[in-house]
Design a protein around this ligand. Structure first.
Ligand SMILES: Nc1ncnc2c1ncn2[C@@H]1O[C@H](COP(=O)(O)OP(=O)(O)OP(=O)(O)O)[C@@H](O)[C@H]1O
Ligand SMILES: [Mg+2]
Length: 482
């Protein structure tokens, strides 16, 4: 059963119950009230009749006059009237036939005041009926009480008529109240169930992953509170799901990267190992001449060196990224660091028949850096520039300061980097087109190491390159004000 039906039925049931309880109480109350009023009226009547009886002075023995008087009184007051003698024996009764009490005795204690002439007696009169009330009036003959006149009425009839009317009007009121409650209940319960239905719809939408739905929370009651709580919940879930999706994608990217790195590593390891193995086998089996032997040993040495550099680079990168390598920062003169690095790289350049020129400010450029690591990054850039420059080429290394930043750039006159390679050259193991870079040795780790180090310093490593016009790599480092 819907909440709406339950609420409406409850409203109506409560109203009917309340009407019923009030009806029963009120009927009882009215019954008592009517009886009290009726018996009070009888006493008033008796008080008026007493002086009349006294002034008429009808002797109890005058049966005819008595009957006329009693029947006259009975019809005016709509009551039954009896007359007893001074000992309580009924001598006249307006009720006739089988009902007549003539000859029977009314207990004297009920009418004692009237017999003594000291006042009126009002009493329940079960001899006549269960709800009969009698009022006894002294019957004066001269100055003496010769009998007692009893005016009797049944209150049952009066109260049952009144009760019927009360019950009928209560039923009418009850039906009217139930009707009104039904209408009010339906309207009221709709104002509760409609927002609930909307919320259920939104909850279902949320469970389908639709978070855009919003519940109008304009009422200031508990339903409004619930609606705004649901809106907040929906936003939170949406945020959470977004975060989780992002995390999931990130994780997938990391997994893919790991996978790629593993296959790159195994590929890069396999090439020199295969070569070493092949030449080692040839040395033992087929190579006879001294020249071939020397050549094979030279290749084995070169390949072993390549292998060892690759492993070292990898080891360095892994330790760098995992934070294992210390990164002690200290105040240094960047100009000196650049000049020293260039000097250190000169033999490498010379071996490749490349000239390096350096241009730094003459005054010191103070910066907080990890010198060993920054030198490593700069070496990688100079190494690339020298490696990819044609023999006789020139590599320019310069340091300048502007806008609170130091810019270290390494330019070469090499082949340049094709636009499609540019977004990837900083990725681990990424090597440009082999046909273009020829058989230049390398694992594709130098730039990713350099970028990691520079970013650790809060700086950036950028590249500008045009095919056929050389490349310029620029390290930008923030110099804090001192
Ligand atoms: N100065 C440059 N001129 C032309 N191409 C470059 C230059 N520097 C880098 N590249 C391209 O970017 C790629 C990635 O460079 P990176 O230094 O990471 O690797 P690598 O030099 O190939 O190997 P490694 O540095 O590990 O010995 C190179 O393979 C090359 O194709
Ligand atoms: Mg390199």
């Amino acid at each position: 059963m819907s909440i709406r039906a339950k609420l409406t039925i409850s409203f109506v049931a409560v109203i009917v119950l309340v009407a019923l309880i009030m009806g029963v109480y009120q009927a009882q109350l009215l019954d008592q009230l009517f009886k009290r009023i009726a018996s009070r009226q009888m006493v008033l009547l008796a008080e008026r009749v007493e002086p009349l009886v006294k002034s008429l002075d009808v002797p109890v023995t005058d049966a005819k006059a008595l009957r006329r008087f009693l029947s006259g009184l009975a019809s005016i007051s709509e009551s039954r009237v009896l007359l007893t003698d001074d000992r309580g024996t009924v001598i006249a009764d307006t009720a006739e036939g089988a009902n007549s009490l003539v000859g029977q005795n009314v207990p004297v204690r009920l009418i004692s005041k009237a017999i003594q002439g000291t006042g009126l007696d009002r009493f329940d009169f079960p001899m006549i009926g269960p709800d009969a009330v009698g009022v006894a009036v002294p019957w004066w003959t001269g100055e003496r009480v010769t009998g007692v006149m009893i005016i009797v009425r049944s209150l049952k009839q009066i109260s049952s008529t009144a009760n019927r009317e009360v019950v009928a009007s209560l039923i009418r009121a009850g039906i009217l109240a139930s009707g009104v409650t039904l209408v009010v209940g339906l309207v009221l319960s709709r104002s509760i169930t409609n927002p609930l239905k909307k919320m259920a719809g939104v909850a279902r939408a949320i469970s389908r992953g639709e978070f855009s739905q919003h519940i109008e929370a304009d009422s200031a009651d508990e339903l409004g509170e619930l609606a705004s709580a649901m809106n907040v919940m929906s936003q939170e879930i949406s945020r959470l799901v977004e975060g989780l999706t992002e995390e999931k994608n990130k994780l997938r990217r990391v997994m893919e990267e790991r996978q790629k790195m593993l296959s790159d590593i195994s590929h890069d390891l396999r090439t020199p190992v295969t070569s070493i193995k092949g030449f080692a086998e040839a040395l033992t089996d087929v190579i006879n001449t001294e020249d071939d032997r020397r050549r094979a040993i030279g290749i084995i040495r070169d390949e072993a060196e390549r292998l060892s550099r690759l492993v070292e680079d990898l080891f360095f990168l892994v330790r760098l990224e995992s934070g294992e390598l210390p990164f002690p920062m200290s105040r240094s003169d960047l100009a000196k660091v650049v000049r020293d690095t260039v000097a250190r790289m000169e033999p490498v350049a010379r071996e490749r028949q490349v000239v390096i020129s350096v241009d730094t400010p003459t005054s010191p450029v103070a910066a907080t850096i990890c010198e060993d690591r920054l030198v490593e990054a700069l070496c990688n850039l100079i190494d690339n520039a020298a490696k990819y420059s044609p023999p006789g080429g020139e590599v320019q290394v310069s340091l300048s300061v502007s806008d609170g930043n130091a810019h270290i750039s390494v330019s070469d006159q090499g082949p340049g980097i094709p636009p499609e390679d540019l977004p990837h050259i900083f990725e681990r193991f990424y090597r440009g087109d082999k046909s273009r870079s020829g058989r230049k040795p390398g694992a594709g780790l130098g730039l990713s190491i350099a970028r990691f180090i520079v970013e650790k310093h809060g700086g950036t490593l950028d590249v500008e390159s045009r095919v056929g016009h050389g490349s310029t790599f620029t390290i930008t480092l923030p110099l804090e004000k001192s």
